[in-house]
Write a protein that binds this ligand. Structure first.
Ligand code: FAD
Length: 489
């Protein structure tokens, strides 16, 4: 077996991993990053669109795994979108150099300050809103669509209809910032550059326009000369050595998922940034198989960020459909968060089918009044999560859809979901390794001296908006403090 020594290893190249890599590299540290997915930028293989799924569409599956309308006939390939299936919930995640930033809708939302304070009562919110959130949105290149363009562009009819209908039903709407470059989008509309958002590209990757992490944090980290990324390297488990260093058992795979080389990595300092589910899998598995010490809070305080998909069919009578052409980049949302009885946020989501299906799709974000937990048994990750955890969310969705239909016409989205509700659809798994509970105040795992967790698992199951801006801000805060405390010297 090939053995490799490194001072600092980061597992995972999503938001937490990319931020940690940049700040460590800037501080002059040599960093190795292990990522199980592919480096798409380097591979030269294009991402596929939603209407023509190909290599990038799914992680080693023979069928597409988007939430709706799946097709067979894929040749298993290390694609960018993966789905973990549990009894009551399906969790979608991104795989590849850039993690979730490769597949997500790019919605870059800073949480409401009072909710952030409720979720993280011990953090200095002034410092976050003055320093870490602005730092995150600057580095991520967050920008906002021009209202004139939005009002004129046929690809945003679904947003205009969604907002007009929401207003008619008495709801408030907000403009949602994004990391997709809206100047690029205006050019693609005029056919001056290749199309991406207007070519149904998003959850299988964007060939253009989107400022995913490979173009921002990771590129900057690589530019320092201190970062080395090993893609198609899947970490199996972690072992703690007597001298408090770590050994990782790693499979280098090919694009069909077959192991081509088994490797062993040794490091003094380890950062787990494998995403909420990846980090929990590695910690709990390594505890079961290698006796990796774990604090009892690991696996606790997990949530789906209140994700609840819902929709409406036959959005026609008053508004004339949602449009045959749809941008894949959402820019609008219904903000009902301040309603004491039904607090929720609902993204007005595109459904780019290449024809007008007169259907409105919404990804609701609710509070999580009942948290779940994650454990590991018989070689498998187990999720304690069932219908009781999403009951309240369902009541909110029911209220929203009824009110929208009453004001505007339309029916519950029976064509999209069983009974019109997608309680099982989760894009935002959060928690399980919560800041200050399973870790110290800056992400160092309890019971360990040199193991750090920096990703979505630090957030206790809910943040009230799409989570990546918060994941970036929390990581900026943690890594700055960890470096200042000489944790990586
Ligand atoms: P991730 O970004 O998930 O990165 C973890 C990385 O670790 C992955 O690349 C993974 O392959 C790698 N990894 C895992 N296990 C191993 C292992 N054992 N060995 C090696 N590598 C490993 N959020 C928003 O804020 N706005 C949005 O618009 C939005 N839209 C979304 C749409 C979709 C379809 C999905 C799936 C998610 C969306 N999200 C959105 C959520 C957002 O992408 C995630 O919250 C975010 O990516 C989580 O960041 P992270 O740093 O925790 O980990």
């Amino acid at each position: 077996k090939e053995e490799i020594e490194a001072p600092i290893i980061i597992i995972g190249s999503g938001y937490g991993g990319a931020v940690a890599a940049l700040r460590l590299c800037e501080a002059g540290k040599k960093v190795i990053m292990l990522e199980m997915g592919m480096n798409w930028g380097k591979s030269g293989i294009p991402y596929s669109s939603m209407l023509k799924p190909d290599k990038s569409a799914a992680w080693l599956k023979n069928k597409t795994i988007a939430p709706f309308f799946n097709i067979f006939g894929l040749k298993p390939f290390t694609g960018v979108l993966d789905r973990l299936d549990f009894e009551h919930i399906n969790i979608w995640i991104g795989r590849g150099v850039g993690g979730g930033s490769l597949v997500n809708g790019g919605m870059a939302v800073t949480p409401k300050k009072n909710y952030f304070e409720e979720v993280f009562p011990r953090l200095d919110s002034e410092k976050f809103y003055n320093t870490y959130f602005p730092r995150a949105t600057t580095e991520l290149k967050v920008n906002i669509i021009r209202e004139d363009f939005l009002n004129d562009c046929p690809y945003y009819k679904f947003t205009r209809v969604g907002e007009a209908e929401a207003h008619k039903a008495g709801f408030k709407t907000i403009r949602v910032p994004n990391v997709y470059d809206f100047n690029y989008m205006e050019k693609e509309y005029k056919n001056e550059v290749p199309r991406s958002a207007f070519r149904t590209e998003v959850i299988y990757g964007n060939n253009h326009g989107k400022n995913s992490l490979d173009k921002t944090y990771l590129q900057k980290a690589l530019d320092t000369g201190n970062l080395k990324i090993f893609d198609l390297h899947s970490v199996n488990d972690i072992a703690l050595n007597d001298d408090k260093s770590y050994t990782l058992h790693v499979n280098q795979i090919d694009t069909s998922g077959k192991t081509i080389v088994e490797k062993v990595f040794h490091c003094k300092k380890l950062i787990l940034a494998a995403g909420t589910m990846g980090t929990l899998q590695l910690l709990l598995k390594s505890n079961a198989e290698n006796n990796l010490p774990l604090h009892e809070n690991v696996g606790k305080n997990w949530g789906n960020n209140g994700n609840f998909m819902t929709g409406r069919n036959w959005v026609k009578p008053l508004s004339g459909g949602t449009g045959a052409q749809q941008s894949t980049i959402p820019v609008g949302g219904v903000d009902n968060w301040d309603d004491p009885k039904y607090p929720f946020f609902a993204e007005i989501a595109p459904l780019p089918m290449g024809m007008d299906v007169a259907t409105a799709l919404y990804l609701q974000i609710n509070k999580v009044d009942k948290k779940g937990s994650v454990s590991y048994k018989n070689g498998k990750l187990l999720l304690d999560w069932n219908e009781s955890h999403t009951q309240k969310m369902k009541e909110h969705a029911d209220y929203f859809i009824k009110k929208m239909n009453k004001a505007n016409g339309g029916t519950r989205a029976h064509l999209l979901f069983k009974n019109g509700f997608g309680a099982n659809i989760c894009y935002h798994p959060l928690g399980g390794c919560v800041l200050g509970e399973a870790t110290n105040e800056f992400g160092k795992l309890k019971n360990h001296d040199h193991l750090f967790v920096l990703d979505g698992s630090l957030i206790p199951g809910t943040i009230g908006v799409n989570p990546f801006v918060t994941i970036v801000a929390i990581t900026e805060y943690c890594i700055e403090n960890l470096i200042n405390q000489n944790e990586f010297s």
